[in-house]
Design a protein around this ligand. Sequence first.
Ligand code: ZN
Length: 388
Amino acid sequence: MNGQLTRARLPRGTFECATRLETENGRPVFGPDTPESIPGNAQYVFLLHLPRGPAFSLDILWPHRETPPRPGFDYPHNANFSEVLAQVIFLQPRGGDWQRITAPRPRPFGVEVDIPALEQPAWLSVGIPYFACQYEALLDHLEQDPAWSVTKIGGSLEGRPLHACLRPARGQSRGLFLLTAYQHYGEWAGLHAIDALMRNLPPEADAFTWAVVPCLNPDGLYRGWRGDLMHRGDALNEEHGGNINRAWNPPCLPESAAAAGFFKNTAQADRPLHALDFHMGWSSPQHSGGGLTVYHPGEIDPETDAHMRRFTEDFFKTVPIQPFAWEHSRLNGPGATPWFTRELGCPAQTVEFSRFQAHLPGSPPRPVTPDYYRNLGPQIAECLILKY
Ligand SMILES: [Zn+2]
């Protein structure tokens, strides 16, 4: 709220990502300060640090415009996140969990939000961020757990350590699962899910080896869009444009190269069964942005393709995201999932979590909660274990 002054006093790995725009009807008006170079304004981030104090109101405005269709960019209606904004305003008082502010009033291109009196400083956010301190706590937890080994496999472009976590099977292994999350800053649902997955594997998981790079983009996690490669890359003149998930054919950024090396090593010692890469999708009132990618027809061998499509159907019975099998992947594409299939020969899919909508089987869609995102991790583990 106080710009640089507030930011300097925040704990390491937390940051504000909001701009004060103006004052209207006595209320301050804020917007996300993510640069406009990002295609689709669902990807902007809004995170505001509030000092303790009496109740007050503010407005959040969201950029509202149509993104012109781009060749090869096929996220339907990836714009106008302001239309779902009222569903995803959350407050986290210091030491507490995220709580949804349930009654924001819609206003043109945004919402009016009532902030209760705060006895502690708090975060106000669009969505439910996962902070770097949670990632550090996860690594500490896994280092204490004899079932897991945590290894530094390399560094990010800014020199932050990149960690991989390996949980070998007990006894004879039935095969290897390969998991990644957080290639893109702001896609924190994947971190919530993978954190809970790694902490809560059931006894049946012991029959398998689990190889995980939980955070592929530590610069984005610790510094927000300011540290994200995508905002420092050159989208016009570089093949990957700074986007880690376009730097896997061949792995050519420090992050993708280190992770590829780790996964290749683990796959030499155990049989790769399935790879999943966690992201957060696009958003529109017509689609939650959730889903699971499959290959375009004819891209991979028919047997693997049929297996992956059966897996996808069953996935949606266990994991409550919008049941959308998105024919998106090309075997020679630049992303992580085709790399897994090309290099390791296994099915590999991108999981897109919604930014605003929980899709629970047998009941209407509802707004997301922190526990909804966290529970996705164990639900995904259960699905993998059941299928293999
Ligand atoms: Zn992504």
